[in-house]
Design a protein around this ligand. Sequence first.
Ligand SMILES: *Cc1c(COP(=O)(O)O)cnc(C)c1O
Length: 381
Amino acid sequence: MVDLKGQYQKIKFEIDEAVLNCIESAQFIQGPQVKLFENELAAYLGAQQVIACANGTDALQIALMALGLQPGDEVIVPTFTYVATAEVIGLLKLTPVMVDVDPDTFNVTADIIEKAITTRTKAIVPVHLFGQCADMEPIMALAKKHGLWVIEDNAQAIGADYTFASGEKKKAGTIGHIGTTSFFPAKNLGCYGDGGAIMTNDDDLAKKIRMVANHGQSKKYYHDVLGVNSRLDSIQAAILSVKLPHLNSYCAARQAVAEAYDAAFRDLPGVTTPVREPKSTHVFHQYTLKVPAEKRAGIIAYLSENGVPSMIYYPVPLYKQEAFKPFWGERADLPVTEQLCQTVMSLPIHTEMDEALLQHIAQAFKNALKIELQSPRYSRH
Ligand SMILES: *Cc1c(COP(=O)(O)O)cnc(C)c1O
């Protein structure tokens, strides 16, 4: 699905030098590389503050902890997302209120969120799924009206731009009160291990976030609140400083692949190519198609036999996962998420894809669809 080795080869000299310098300095924890990268990322995003941490899941948890929410407080979260987004809410004994998403963009909307607001609602966690922003302006207006916090889960859309009605543009992750991201290797800005970061324009929140991420201490050995230990290694920060200047070209490479796929799949019967949110650019963490539910397994099997990987993000709605049963109970299904879990599939997309590979994958997908339309391999049950 990705080509991390090919990407590394192109920047090997700089990366190797940065890693070796870091090892030689022996400042493995909280070395100057971490602060430097935080500042560089803040400048790139136009965020007041960036706080690095150990991974994108921690980033979400720390953000929620910094808001001082109380057990039982409700946090609205899309159910069509990676587990981490909702997991941390439950882990903190807050109540994840899982909502459906828009069938075209796969993202939550203000209209969907509004219906789920109760007197116990304290926060919203929109996810910028697959690489494009949820429509944030109405979400922020709704949050303001109801006095709610907004944490953007920006693990998949770092580098995307959102345009407000006024024409003002902001980077994904800098629109809500807090934004979070992940530097997991396969993410659009990936390090060579685990990493994450938290963004905010609120200096008070930034202080709390730093404190929570560092054992709740504001001064060494003085602990004001219960915190966690969540740090970005100096080596990972050094790697990210090398990669950040390439992020825009990485986004452009992914966009070019997406456009070529779009063109190849434009008129295929039963296939829906990714619909763009008009107010956001799309940085294509994933290229996700919708195909007929009864054909999907056959298409994936054909692709696999022809050496083309594909993935289903995500096969099961979060509320159907055993871990979320206590929060969901016997409530009715969310129809859009149910439908998406049966129809979506993602094709390889990355920064190192050449024309030949792209055409090979596109042709294999077209062949798979044709064969499935003629004689489906799996019948529906
Ligand atoms: C990857 C991801 C996370 C978690 O990031 P980790 O660094 O793996 O902990 C959270 N939310 C979403 C939407 C993600 O894609």
